[in-house]
Design a protein around this ligand. Sequence first.
Ligand code: ADP
Ligand code: F6P
Length: 321
Amino acid sequence: MNVKTIGILTSGGDAPGMNAAIRSVVRAALKNDMRVLGVMRGYNGLINGDMVEMNMRSVSDIIQRGGTILYTARCKEFKEMSGVLKAKEVCEQVGMDGLVVIGGDGSFRGAGDLSSVGIPCVGIPGTIDNDIACTEYTIGYDTAMNTAMEMVDKIRDTAQSHDRCSVVEVMGRRAGYIALNAGIACGATFICVPEIGLDMDKMIEKIQAAHKLGKKHFIIMVAEGIGNVKGIAEEIEKCTGIEARETVLGHVQRGGNPTVTDRVVASRMGFHAVELLKQGIGNRVVAQQKGEIVDFDIQEALAMKKQFPIELYNIANDISF
Ligand code: ADP
Ligand code: F6P
């Protein structure tokens, strides 16, 4: 297959480093004498034909920026086959021979559907949650963890001044990776993740044991998938007598300049995606395994299960007194 034109889009929640991936895809494709169309607002842009021609300068000055210059969206229409077929028609009209999709699992499901109707698609994992099973790393994760860590460091200052317990909710949808790692990095007394579940008695016991050992302020890290930080803070205050406050960090974790890791992984994955498409290979997801950039069949990737690092979780709780 002679691939002359490829498209690129970002889909689902944005993540720092998506711009670095866009830059890499655009530059690698242009270098291979392909045309690149930047599709706006995820699959919406594909259905509506909202796309712009990209050149070397279209991606200047973006490697260091959070967000996505192509904008992003969660497109309901593309979940239906009618939406996929509409998009296929648009791809054929503009002569798009392949497409790079930067996003999460849902976005890859869409990329698989579009591949099955004859438009080869390659997915690049971009989400702060690190919840994609086929890859040990997703673009945006490192930046989000560092942001969460910096924010909790600030919260600790005031928790320490008031002898309080701060209960902090971090993002991750149904995954606890940000909570686990930012929790370790911030010295949280207890970390609550959906993969383990919340044992309120165990948490209270841990706070009381640390209190007995002279600890006066506490950080409790709660993953979004557990939620109810207000209720948790109230329970802590009721059971321990320690004043407790809750904070939901929210979207601050999705923004900001990407870290070195996010920029480098995004650049490598973007390059790899173009290497596949230039050979006409679609229906693949780019991934990182043991530090190497590899790729998987989309359906196989979606069927994989990610193993939560339980040993790390146990270490975290063992060293936080
Ligand atoms: P997030 O987790 O931030 O929502 P995803 O990558 O999971 O990110 O994006 C979900 C989006 O993917 C949906 O809103 C939709 O626009 C798109 N999508 C396309 N096809 C599908 C599909 N078959 N199933 C789920 N999502 C799909
Ligand atoms: O997938 C990234 C993420 O930030 C999750 O951690 C969170 O659950 C979700 O997206 C929030 O999405 P939004 O606020 O954009 O609807």
